[in-house]
Design a binder for this molecule. Structure first.
Ligand code: ADP
Length: 151
């Protein structure tokens, strides 16, 4: 088949990939959860990033594996420190929307050097978390493009 034609459609399919078609379920914890419980939660849920919410379920922060490791190698009491002390907090959280192009979200992951982005709905009162977009989701999208185009 024509190489030129297939490359055009590959470009189109790439630009048409949306966050909502590849996002995963978000795993959230309360800002009052202890660091110890957050570590247990991260293992049980099998994710690399936890999103931290306030009592109204609005996004307040992000906890990565290294955030938890860093705290664990100190002498601090893991069973008493709440995660809001150690998390990366708003307004420094990088996020995306479900209708965003996957390319734009992938660029945010790379530019900001993070492993995942919360997918949010913006409301007047705060950010509602509706998904989680990780480097694994981007890799799956990459494979789906290859399969769609018989590469
Ligand atoms: P790790 O720290 O395990 O390598 P990341 O690269 O995702 O994982 O996280 C690096 C740092 O960036 C951590 O301190 C984490 O809290 C923060 N971080 C992770 N995701 C985001 C995000 N979407 N927005 C802002 N900061 C983030």
């Amino acid at each position: 088949y024509s190489g030129k034609k297939s490359m055009t459609s590959l470009t189109e399919s790439m630009l048409n990939l949306k966050v909502k078609d590849f996002q995963s379920l978000p795993v959230v914890v309360s800002e009052n959860m202890t660091v110890y419980d957050a570590i247990v939660h991260m293992f049980l849920e099998d994710v690399g990033t936890l999103f931290v919410v306030d009592d109204n379920s609005f996004l307040q922060g992000v906890l990565s594996r290294k955030d938890l490791l860093r705290t664990s190698i100190g002498t601090q009491a893991l069973t008493t420190i709440p995660v809001h002390i150690i998390m990366t907090r708003m307004p420094n959280i990088v996020y995306c929307h479900k209708t965003d192009s996957l390319i734009m979200a992938a660029k945010k992951l790379i530019d900001r050097q993070v492993d995942s982005l919360p997918v949010v709905n913006e409301t007047e009162k705060g950010l509602e978390i509706i998904g989680r977009l990780t480097k694994t989701n981007i890799t799956k999208a990459f494979i789906s493009l290859a399969e769609t185009h018989d590469l």
